[in-house]
Write a protein that binds this ligand. Sequence first.
Ligand code: GLU
Length: 485
Amino acid sequence: MRSTIRTRIAPSPTGLFHIGTARAALFNYLYAKKNGGQFILRIEDTDKERSKKEFEDDIFNGLSWLGIIPDEGPKEGGMYGPYRQSERLLFYVKAVDRLLAEGNAYYCFHDDYYLEQEKKRLLAEKKPPIHECEYRELSLKEAEQKKETLSSFVIRFKSPKERTVAFKDHIRGPISFQSDLLGDFSIARDVAEPLYNLAVVVDDHEMNITHVIRGEDHISNTPKQILIAEALSYPLPEYAHLPLILGADRAKLSKRHGATSVADFRAAGYLPDAMVNFMAFLGWNPGDEREFFLLSELENEFSLEHVQKSGAVFNEQKLDSINSFYVKKRMPADLMPLILPMFEAAQFPTENKMLIESIIAIEQPRVKKLTEVVENAGFFFALPEYGPELLIWKDNSLDDVKRALKSAVFILDELPPEDFTPTKLDAAFTAEIAVKFKNKGDLLWPLRVALSGQKTSPGPYEIISALGKEESLRRINEAIQKITL
Ligand code: GLU
């Protein structure tokens, strides 16, 4: 009797860590945590040509950035290792040998050309394109002799005839397939060259995986895996197939929809808390109106019963709004290590850490993504070129502008350094406006433009407190020059 729940993801390191795989990792992790079980990472690197070390590292980095830490895996180790398929060959050899010896698998010597022609013929006859193999009943001994002389072969599973292969999916309910439609599918290129369906069954069994939670695109593999497991007398795991992730146009999410890898989202300035929260809602919901969940909260809330069958639409606006929620909650100093490299990449001077922290604090409530902090920050470092007309508020004259800016210089000149905070600046300027100006805009518009050189920007008090007295005065005086010339 297996008591501990053990889940896994088995990504292939053949591309950047995809949001679909990360979502599967999250659901597997949550299911294990909720039920006091273990979550395992196994790297499916049997495709030697396409598997790359850098993609494996990208999986490790992506998981650790999200905080989804496996209990066992290539880096963590564990009792059921090794955790890379390329290091587990002996397990597969044993299984393939056994399937061959017990007559549940056989060598097929048809080459690709033959298989292609057969497929064409069957399709033309309006029959399912299922390979009928004349080598199916060859004895293992005869096959092994033939293997000496023929180079083109594959090992196929001997699917039973006229059988219904059924299983109960935790999300989709009962599912069944007719074995005749599966045909004799291939399970290995040779005894020591297993293919996905064989390797995954052996690994899940050897690693005591109790629940296989994965994308819906694997449903059609499940009956094949069940047949292999039965032939090897393995107990079956339970299955749960997660809904596909769809783009806004309801087509399967792909590169053409924009960012798809965890690394892309990270570089675009999303926080891991936001990604986890957002990914949880790609197919799951808490059953009520709550929207914000930290990983630790999801660990208590998650259940497969609340995973939907229908496709999960990837809504970028929702991701942005979740992200801005988490960005607002962070302390500016806490965001500093994340944003500093972005400033460096944009080649902004970063020696003045106080300035950077102030920029973060100013932009934090305004942005959806961390990258926007940097995009909006240019004017803090260098005043953009602007024309004098931008300084004019409504139908004021250039003289009104000059008077306003001179008042600002006067106030700032008088103000002691400890009063260069937005609140104190507000108090000082509000008092001045009350006695000398009709409207706030008469003073604040030209002041803000003088400081930012832009039509829109954060408020003038925030900018002054970030830039400091000297630079603020320099910018205001530059504006006065502009309209005096
Ligand atoms: N390597 C497969 C994938 O990444 C694993 C599928 C499975 O979970 O069985 O899609």
